[in-house]
Design a protein around this ligand. Structure first.
Ligand SMILES: [Zn+2]
Length: 629
């Protein structure tokens, strides 16, 4: 039966229902009956239990209190301590989004405030956190989504209609198929298709930033047709997983993209940065700002563990991946339990300063698609403690020599992890009293980190939320943006400089490197994966002379600075952690498919898993397709 009719039948009185709308697979009931709006929670609870869907009752927009008056009422009800900064009213959906420095104050006390606002104003409340470091990007995204609320309401409903109104049957003709479009036997441009007779879902849409010849996924594969793509799900905001996404909209894709909130915000920032870098070098761009905006209009945030239908026969759940803020493992339940697949994306199976280790417990998993960046037999990391001590020693010794420490980092992930580490050393008096430079875009990403502490590890989250003490706000962190400021840093005393990019193939890190590498007293510390052919990989492998562009001219440099590589800070699981993950994941998968690793490493890891666990382990090539069932 039609689900909307079913809901009306369960309510028992059709006159209570003005309209039923879908928000993806959630069911929203709009009513003109205030009593029903305020007192239907028990009925809704029983309906949720029966339908296994989220159901919410909202007051019909025509009965909502005027925005100005509602704002006054809200300000009366919300205590000063919560520090409410903004209220965004979305009349189309009868919801007001409250942005506060401490939203937990509003949710405390058994939702008394939220219910009070419903009662007084008719508006349903959602909460978000006002970032402690001002973030233009977070604000611009939130503004844009509200400006498009009419469109969004229609979009969310039409996705729901499609999910609920297509019938499917799992019979002997039903199948599940995986196609490798990028990032197999390779690191970069991660992307794959999962297909059933009814649906086509893309998991990740990355670019290979270190490869200008073949930077994008193989969308020339016969099974890819942009007009038949039903949904895209993104694991995390690194460009090798999401850098191709706006280009899909350029090619005409007009469907939803699912990710966590931090992933949505950070990836937008990285997309904009990617364009601005491209424009400077005049290279042909994959997409422009209009495509990024289009992508945002179709973005749908999901929380960890929130189960959502994204196609008539596919249900998605995101799980913590422990890699960077908001990074997710994608679990797909296909064909109503017919087949379950887990794609790890990049993941860390160990706790870090910023994040909890990746989830390993699931209801069902038949196939595991696992990253293998550090899957080689030799890829055993030193312990985290050793890595930290080594890094602190480098900083201390370099400071004593009056030198500077350059740490090239990816914009998101390691930078914030190292910031928390340095802040801890400062608190314990271990860190030399020198400035810590956070260059350019890293600061904007850190601002987004301050908007989403609920995605961080237990201890850091508690410190921020319960104790109102945000480690990213340490006064020793110096944010700099201009060339003038960079010159001052270079001519000044000792400093730790965190700058992008992590492989020294672009970004301000390159010009810092050019300015610092010839002097013996300085140090360069590599903490990220270094792709073949990049400057980072060359100096990691011991190159002592390089040719580089500085101020538009190619120059020859002798590298006299000390170059270190510390593996212990990686956001990826090392070989030991990958093995442990295969051992610990529950239930044990029947099939393991390895991706996101150089060929030799993938083969070594596949051999190990087959031998040790006797699980069928595949290492597909790009353009391979595998029938999963
Ligand atoms: Zn990553």
């Amino acid at each position: 039966m039609d689900i909307k009719k079913e809901v009306i039948e369960l309510i028992g009185d059709p006159s209570l229902v003005e309209e039923i709308n879908f928000e993806v697979s959630n069911i929203i009931i709009y009513t003109k009956n205030r009593n029903f709006f305020l007192n239907s929670s028990e009925l809704i609870k029983s309906m949720v239990a029966k339908e296994k869907k989220r159901i919410e009752v909202r007051l019909d927009p025509s009965l909502l209190m005027d925005e100005k008056d509602a704002e006054k009422e809200i300000n009366k009800l919300v205590s000063k301590e919560a520090d409410l900064k903004e209220s965004w009213f979305d009349r189309e959906r009868s919801i007001v989004s409250l942005e506060a420095v401490r939203p937990e104050i509003i949710t405390a006390n058994n939702k008394k405030i939220i219910n009070g606002i419903r009662e007084k104003t008719g508006w349903s409340v959602i909460l978000s956190r006002y970032p402690l470091i001002k973030s233009d990007i977070v604000r611009a995204i939130r503004e844009m989504l509200y400006a498009n609320s009419k469109f969004r309401r229609k979009l969310l409903n039409s996705i729901g209609e499609k999910i609920y109104n297509s019938k499917f049957e799992v019979n002997e003709k039903y199948w599940v198929r995986l196609s490798a479009l990028g990032g197999f036997r390779h690191v970069g441009r991660s992307s794959m298709l999962v297909q059933t007779p009814l649906s086509t879902i893309m998991l990740d849409a990355g670019v290979d930033v270190a490869n200008t010849k073949e930077p994008v996924p193989r969308i020339d594969a016969p099974e890819f047709d942009v007009s038949k793509l039903d949904a895209v799900v993104i694991t995390h905001s690194h460009l090798d997983h999401c850098g191709f996404l706006p280009a899909l909209y350029k090619y005409g894709y007009r469907g939803p993209v699912y990710s966590t909130l931090p992933t949505r915000d950070v990836m937008t920032l990285l997309h904009l940065d990617y364009i601005s870098l491209g424009n400077r070098t005049n290279s042909k761009m994959l997409f422009d700002v209009a495509d990024i905006k289009e992508m945002l209009k179709y973005s749908i945030p999901l929380a960890y563990h929130e189960v959502t239908d994204i196609a008539p026969d596919i249900r998605v759940t995101l799980h913590n991946a422990g890699h960077i803020l908001g990074s997710a493992m994608i679990h797909l339940n296909i064909g109503d339990g017919f087949y379950n697949l887990l794609y790890t994306g990049d993941f860390k199976y160990a706790n870090s300063k910023t994040l909890n280790r990746a989830d390993n417990l699931f209801d069902r998993v038949e196939a595991l698609i696992m990253e293998s960046t550090y899957g080689g037999d030799q890829n055993r990391e030193p312990s985290r403690e050793e890595a930290e001590q080594f890094f602190l020693d480098i900083i201390t010794k370099t400071t004593e020599k009056n030198g500077k420490v350059l740490v090239p980092v990816l914009g998101v992930g390691r930078a914030q992890e190292l910031m928390l580490l340095i802040e801890e050393w400062e608190r314990y008096g271990l860190m030399p009293d020198i400035p810590v430079i956070i260059d350019g875009m890293l600061w904007d990403v850190t601002a987004i980190y301050t908007a989403y502490p609920e995605f961080m590890n237990t201890e850091t989250r508690r410190r921020i939320i319960e104790h109102n003490n945000n480690p990213f706000m340490s006064p020793n962190f110096k944010h700099i943006v201009s060339e003038e400021e960079r010159k001052q840093i270079l001519s000044g005393g000792p400093a730790v400089i965190l700058a992008t990019s992590g492989m020294l193939n672009g970004g301000p890190a390159v010009s810092y490197f050019a300015n610092l590498c010839e002097e013996e007293r300085n140090s360069v510390v590599l903490v990220s994966y270094q792709g073949p052919g990049t400057l980072g990989r060359n100096i990691k492998n011991g190159a002592r002379e390089v040719d580089m562009e500085l101020n538009g001219k190619i120059r020859h440099f002798n590298i006299n600075a000390l170059v270190y590589s510390i593996e212990g800070f990686s956001g990826h699981s090392d070989r030991t952690q990958l093995e442990r993950y295969v051992n610990d994941i529950k239930p044990r998968p029947k099939k393991i498919i390895l991706d996101h690793g150089e060929e030799s490493k993938i083969i070594e890891l596949a051999n190990f898993i087959r031998r040790r666990y006797r699980i069928e382990t595949l290492a597909p090539h790009i353009l391979d397709a595998i029938r999963l069932k």
